[in-house]
Design a protein around this ligand. Structure first.
Ligand SMILES: [Zn+2]
Ligand SMILES: [Zn+2]
Ligand SMILES: [Zn+2]
Ligand SMILES: [Zn+2]
Ligand SMILES: [Zn+2]
Ligand SMILES: [Zn+2]
Length: 203
Protein backbone atom coordinates (compact mmCIF):
# COMPACT_ATOMS: atom_id res chain seq x y z
CA UNK A 1 0.00 0.00 0.00
CA UNK A 2 1.81 3.05 -1.24
CA UNK A 3 -0.05 6.24 -0.52
CA UNK A 4 2.40 8.87 -1.73
CA UNK A 5 0.19 9.96 -4.62
CA UNK A 6 -3.01 9.85 -2.70
CA UNK A 7 -4.16 13.43 -2.07
CA UNK A 8 -6.59 12.26 0.56
CA UNK A 9 -4.11 10.46 2.76
CA UNK A 10 -4.23 11.77 6.32
CA UNK A 11 -1.44 13.97 7.61
CA UNK A 12 0.05 14.07 11.09
CA UNK A 13 1.72 16.79 13.08
CA UNK A 14 4.70 16.03 15.27
CA UNK A 15 6.09 18.46 17.85
CA UNK A 16 9.60 18.03 16.48
CA UNK A 17 8.84 19.13 12.94
CA UNK A 18 7.26 22.12 11.25
CA UNK A 19 5.70 20.29 8.30
CA UNK A 20 2.89 17.77 8.29
CA UNK A 21 3.92 14.13 8.02
CA UNK A 22 2.23 11.21 6.41
CA UNK A 23 2.22 7.58 7.37
CA UNK A 24 3.54 5.43 4.57
CA UNK A 25 5.37 2.23 3.84
CA UNK A 26 6.70 3.43 0.51
CA UNK A 27 9.60 1.17 -0.37
CA UNK A 28 11.56 3.77 -2.34
CA UNK A 29 12.95 5.43 0.76
CA UNK A 30 16.34 3.91 -0.02
CA UNK A 31 18.82 4.70 2.69
CA UNK A 32 16.66 7.18 4.55
CA UNK A 33 17.36 7.33 8.25
CA UNK A 34 15.02 8.21 11.04
CA UNK A 35 15.51 11.78 12.23
CA UNK A 36 14.93 10.69 15.81
CA UNK A 37 17.21 7.70 16.26
CA UNK A 38 19.36 7.79 13.11
CA UNK A 39 18.71 4.16 12.33
CA UNK A 40 17.70 3.22 8.82
CA UNK A 41 14.09 3.27 7.76
CA UNK A 42 13.08 -0.27 6.90
CA UNK A 43 11.37 -0.42 3.53
CA UNK A 44 7.95 -1.98 3.64
CA UNK A 45 7.31 -1.13 7.29
CA UNK A 46 5.13 1.80 8.26
CA UNK A 47 6.97 5.02 8.93
CA UNK A 48 6.24 8.76 8.89
CA UNK A 49 7.63 10.91 6.09
CA UNK A 50 7.56 14.63 5.40
CA UNK A 51 6.41 15.61 1.93
CA UNK A 52 8.33 18.86 1.99
CA UNK A 53 11.78 17.84 3.19
CA UNK A 54 13.84 14.77 4.00
CA UNK A 55 12.47 14.10 7.47
CA UNK A 56 11.47 10.58 8.49
CA UNK A 57 10.38 8.95 11.72
CA UNK A 58 9.93 5.32 12.62
CA UNK A 59 6.48 4.71 13.97
CA UNK A 60 8.07 3.83 17.31
CA UNK A 61 9.97 7.11 17.33
CA UNK A 62 6.93 9.13 16.26
CA UNK A 63 5.16 7.72 19.29
CA UNK A 64 7.92 8.46 21.78
CA UNK A 65 6.31 10.31 24.67
CA UNK A 66 7.39 13.92 25.15
CA UNK A 67 7.91 13.40 28.86
CA UNK A 68 9.13 10.26 30.56
CA UNK A 69 10.46 9.20 33.92
CA UNK A 70 13.28 6.75 34.39
CA UNK A 71 14.75 5.10 37.48
CA UNK A 72 18.17 6.47 36.49
CA UNK A 73 16.90 9.92 37.43
CA UNK A 74 14.19 9.35 39.99
CA UNK A 75 11.57 12.02 40.41
CA UNK A 76 12.70 14.13 37.48
CA UNK A 77 10.85 14.50 34.22
CA UNK A 78 12.88 13.86 31.09
CA UNK A 79 11.84 15.96 28.10
CA UNK A 80 12.40 14.89 24.54
CA UNK A 81 14.36 17.32 22.38
CA UNK A 82 15.49 17.21 18.77
CA UNK A 83 19.19 17.97 19.17
CA UNK A 84 21.94 18.32 16.57
CA UNK A 85 24.54 16.92 18.95
CA UNK A 86 24.48 15.66 22.50
CA UNK A 87 26.45 13.43 24.83
CA UNK A 88 24.49 10.48 26.15
CA UNK A 89 24.88 9.96 29.88
CA UNK A 90 23.90 6.30 29.53
CA UNK A 91 26.23 4.94 26.86
CA UNK A 92 28.78 7.75 26.74
CA UNK A 93 28.49 8.17 22.98
CA UNK A 94 27.63 11.26 20.98
CA UNK A 95 24.12 11.38 19.66
CA UNK A 96 22.02 13.35 17.26
CA UNK A 97 18.27 13.38 16.86
CA UNK A 98 15.94 12.80 19.77
CA UNK A 99 17.40 13.00 23.22
CA UNK A 100 15.73 12.93 26.58
CA UNK A 101 16.96 15.81 28.66
CA UNK A 102 16.81 16.46 32.40
CA UNK A 103 16.92 20.21 32.90
CA UNK A 104 17.69 19.84 36.59
CA UNK A 105 20.65 17.48 36.17
CA UNK A 106 21.74 18.87 32.79
CA UNK A 107 22.09 15.39 31.33
CA UNK A 108 20.85 13.88 28.10
CA UNK A 109 20.10 10.35 26.96
CA UNK A 110 19.51 8.58 23.67
CA UNK A 111 15.87 7.61 23.47
CA UNK A 112 16.94 4.04 22.70
CA UNK A 113 19.26 3.91 25.70
CA UNK A 114 16.30 4.71 27.95
CA UNK A 115 14.55 1.72 26.44
CA UNK A 116 17.25 -0.71 27.53
CA UNK A 117 15.66 -3.46 29.61
CA UNK A 118 16.46 -3.50 33.31
CA UNK A 119 17.40 -7.16 33.09
CA UNK A 120 18.76 -9.03 30.12
CA UNK A 121 20.55 -12.20 29.19
CA UNK A 122 23.74 -12.51 27.16
CA UNK A 123 25.40 -15.34 25.27
CA UNK A 124 28.58 -14.42 27.09
CA UNK A 125 27.37 -15.05 30.59
CA UNK A 126 25.23 -17.66 32.30
CA UNK A 127 23.45 -15.34 34.69
CA UNK A 128 21.01 -12.51 34.18
CA UNK A 129 22.64 -9.12 33.78
CA UNK A 130 21.20 -6.11 35.53
CA UNK A 131 21.26 -2.56 34.24
CA UNK A 132 23.30 -0.30 36.55
CA UNK A 133 23.27 3.46 36.23
CA UNK A 134 26.81 3.95 37.51
CA UNK A 135 29.80 1.68 38.06
CA UNK A 136 29.66 -0.13 41.40
CA UNK A 137 33.28 0.57 42.24
CA UNK A 138 34.01 3.12 44.91
CA UNK A 139 37.27 4.33 43.41
CA UNK A 140 35.38 6.07 40.57
CA UNK A 141 37.68 4.40 38.10
CA UNK A 142 34.77 3.26 36.04
CA UNK A 143 34.64 -0.35 34.97
CA UNK A 144 36.37 -2.64 32.52
CA UNK A 145 34.08 -4.33 30.02
CA UNK A 146 34.49 -8.09 30.18
CA UNK A 147 33.74 -8.43 26.48
CA UNK A 148 35.76 -5.77 24.67
CA UNK A 149 38.21 -5.21 27.55
CA UNK A 150 38.13 -1.45 27.19
CA UNK A 151 37.09 0.74 30.05
CA UNK A 152 33.84 2.50 30.59
CA UNK A 153 33.78 5.54 32.76
CA UNK A 154 30.83 6.90 34.61
CA UNK A 155 28.25 5.29 32.32
CA UNK A 156 25.55 2.70 32.51
CA UNK A 157 26.54 -0.93 32.33
CA UNK A 158 25.06 -4.40 32.48
CA UNK A 159 26.40 -6.35 35.42
CA UNK A 160 26.24 -9.68 37.16
CA UNK A 161 26.98 -8.76 40.76
CA UNK A 162 27.82 -12.30 41.84
CA UNK A 163 30.57 -12.66 39.25
CA UNK A 164 31.53 -8.98 38.90
CA UNK A 165 30.89 -9.41 35.18
CA UNK A 166 30.46 -6.03 33.45
CA UNK A 167 29.43 -5.11 29.91
CA UNK A 168 29.09 -1.81 28.05
CA UNK A 169 25.54 -1.20 26.90
CA UNK A 170 26.66 -1.49 23.29
CA UNK A 171 28.58 -4.71 23.96
CA UNK A 172 25.58 -6.19 25.71
CA UNK A 173 23.51 -5.60 22.58
CA UNK A 174 26.07 -7.28 20.37
CA UNK A 175 26.03 -10.26 22.67
CA UNK A 176 22.41 -10.43 23.64
CA UNK A 177 20.41 -13.58 23.57
CA UNK A 178 16.86 -13.31 22.34
CA UNK A 179 15.00 -11.62 25.12
CA UNK A 180 11.59 -12.74 26.25
CA UNK A 181 8.94 -10.74 24.38
CA UNK A 182 7.81 -8.85 27.45
CA UNK A 183 11.04 -7.84 29.04
CA UNK A 184 10.67 -5.23 31.76
CA UNK A 185 11.50 -1.78 30.45
CA UNK A 186 12.64 0.97 32.73
CA UNK A 187 10.98 3.88 31.01
CA UNK A 188 7.50 5.03 31.91
CA UNK A 189 5.54 7.83 30.39
CA UNK A 190 5.13 10.67 32.83
CA UNK A 191 1.49 9.88 33.45
CA UNK A 192 2.77 6.91 35.42
CA UNK A 193 1.56 4.25 33.05
CA UNK A 194 4.12 1.91 31.60
CA UNK A 195 4.84 3.07 28.11
CA UNK A 196 4.34 0.21 25.73
CA UNK A 197 6.75 0.26 22.84
CA UNK A 198 6.40 -2.60 20.45
CA UNK A 199 8.03 -3.42 17.20
CA UNK A 200 9.39 -1.14 14.55
CA UNK A 201 13.04 -1.36 15.52
CA UNK A 202 15.67 -3.77 14.43
CA UNK A 203 18.27 -2.83 17.03
ZN1 LIG B 1 13.74 6.01 14.80
ZN1 LIG C 1 9.65 18.68 6.56
ZN1 LIG D 1 23.16 6.41 24.65
ZN1 LIG E 1 17.49 14.84 36.75
ZN1 LIG F 1 32.61 -3.37 25.87
ZN1 LIG G 1 27.33 -14.25 36.91
Amino acid sequence: MSSLNNEASPVFQHFSHEHPLELTNFEGAGTAVCSACNLQIIAGKDYYACRACPFFLHRLCFNMPELVQHPADPGHDLNVLLTPCFHCRACGHQGTGFSYHCHLCQVQYHSLCLLMPLVKRSHYHDHELHLKFSPPYSDSQGFRCDLCRSTGSNHWLYRCDACEFDLHLSCSSAASAPNPPHQPLAVTASNGNPHVLDGGHSV
